[in-house]
Ligand binder design. Structure first.
Ligand SMILES: [Zn+2]
Length: 176
């Protein structure tokens, strides 16, 4: 692991992690693959679970600056990856208005452990673009509506299925 993540403190004041140099600007196929691969590989850091997916997420600003990374159960057994990444940024961070969220898995649209789903968190954060590798399979929830809800709310959702197998690997024990 090359990016020391602050210990379990998802509070709004914890957005002071060292800022890496800007990477590729989201939007091109090459840049999207670069960032999505990073998110997909992040899923390997998740503490194992038999009852939830292992997911990685990276939020990247419009200029290619990485804003935050997260993975499932990072610092909190109920954290989803998108939520863990968003929790590292101050609410209302203006950079989110132009950001792209990369996630190895389609954002959830139904969950029991939190009042807000990741789909709702993305919408509330005002993130206009989401790139995913893998559509949520019908395992814990039938017919995940994340992509449909995001698209319906005007969020651009890009799917890069060539990374789906890699996103599935850390979840192989779930028989998906
Ligand atoms: Zn979620």
């Amino acid at each position: 692991m090359t990016d020391p993540t602050p210990a379990a403190d998802p509070g709004p004041a914890s957005g002071s992690a060292p800022v890496p140099a800007p990477g590729p600007v989201p939007g091109s196929a090459d840049a999207d693959r670069h960032w999505l691969r990073l998110a997909v590989d992040r899923a390997r850091l998740c503490p194992p679970s038999d009852t939830a997916f292992s997911v990685g997420a990276v939020i990247v600003a419009a200029d290619g600056t990485e804003l935050a990374r997260g993975h499932s159960r990072e610092g909190d057994p109920h954290f989803h990856a998108e939520e863990a990444a968003l929790a590292k940024l101050p609410p209302g961070d203006p950079r989110l208005a132009g950001a792209t969220l990369y996630s190895s898995l389609e954002p959830c649209a139904e969950r029991r452990s939190r009042p807000r789903t990741c789909t709702q968190l993305v919408l509330d954060a005002g993130i206009p673009r989401v790139v995913i590798a893998w559509r949520e399979p019908d395992l814990f929830v039938t017919g995940c509506q994340g992509t449909r809800l995001l698209t319906g709310a005007g969020v651009e959702v890009v799917e890069i299925p060539e990374l789906a197998d890699r996103a599935r690997e850390p979840n192989a024990h779930l028989a998906v």
